[in-house]
Design a protein around this ligand. Structure first.
Ligand code: IDP
Ligand code: MG
Length: 153
C-alpha cells in the first residue's frame, strides 16, 4: 500500500505560548507518532502574517488577527507523517472553539475563536505555501527515527 507522507505547518500562537502550552501541544504531536522536522520560536513579522492569512484579508476580524498573531512570540513547526495535514487539523479541533470537541487542543484549551491557541495548514497547497513562508530550506531537517515500524505497519 502506498502511503502519502505529508508535511504540514503548525503554529503555537502567542496565546498558547503565554499560557504555557508549548510542551502540551508538542507532546500531543509527538505522542501521536508524527515527526517534527523543523522548530523555531520567533515574533512573526507583520508582512509574513499578512501573507500567512491573505485568504482572510476581507474578513472583519483580519486586522485584529494580524495584531494578535504578531503580538508576541509564537512557535512554528513543520510536522511530517502519513496524512499529517488531516491528522493535525483533527488534533487541533474545530476553528470555532465552541464547536471544538473535548480531547482536541482547542476543545481542551480554548473558548474564543480569536484565541484558539494553534494553527495547522488546511491542504497540501496551503502547507507548501506556509512552510516556504515561515522556513528556509536549510531549517528543514531530514532524518530517520530509530524504528518507524512501531508507528507504521
Ligand atoms: P483555522 O485556523 O482553523 O484554519 P480559519 O478559518 O482559517 O481557521 O481562520 C484563521 C484564524 O482566524 C482562526 O484560527 C482564528 O484565529 C481567526 N478567526 C477565524 N474566524 C474568526 C472569527 O469569526 N472571529 C475571530 N477570529 C476568527
Ligand atoms: Mg485556516
Amino acid at each position: 500500500m502506498i502511503k502519502a507522507v505529508e508535511q504540514t505547518y503548525i503554529m503555537v500562537k502567542p496565546d498558547g505560548v503565554q499560557r504555557g502550552l508549548i510542551g502540551e501541544i508538542i507532546n500531543r504531536i509527538e505522542q501521536r507518532g508524527l515527526k517534527i522536522v523543523a522548530l523555531r520560536m520567533n515574533v512573526i513579522d507583520r508582512g509574513v502574517a499578512m501573507k500567512h492569512y491573505a485568504e482572510h484579508r476581507e474578513k472583519p476580524f483580519f486586522s485584529d488577527l494580524i495584531s494578535f498573531i504578531t503580538s508576541g512570540p509564537s512557535v512554528s513547526l513543520v510536522v511530517e507523517g502519513v496524512n499529517a495535514i488531516k491528522i493535525m487539523r483533527t488534533i487541533n479541533g474545530a476553528t470555532n472553539s465552541s464547536d471544538a470537541a473535548p480531547g482536541t487542543i482547542r476543545g481542551d484549551f480554548a473558548i474564543d475563536t480569536g484565541r484558539n491557541v494553534v494553527h495547522a495548514s488546511d491542504s497540501i497547497e496551503s502547507a507548501q505555501k506556509e512552510i516556504a513562508l515561515h522556513f528556509s530550506d536549510h531549517e528543514l531537517t531530514d532524518y530517520a527515527r530509530i524504528d518507524e515500524t512501531w508507528v507504521y505497519e
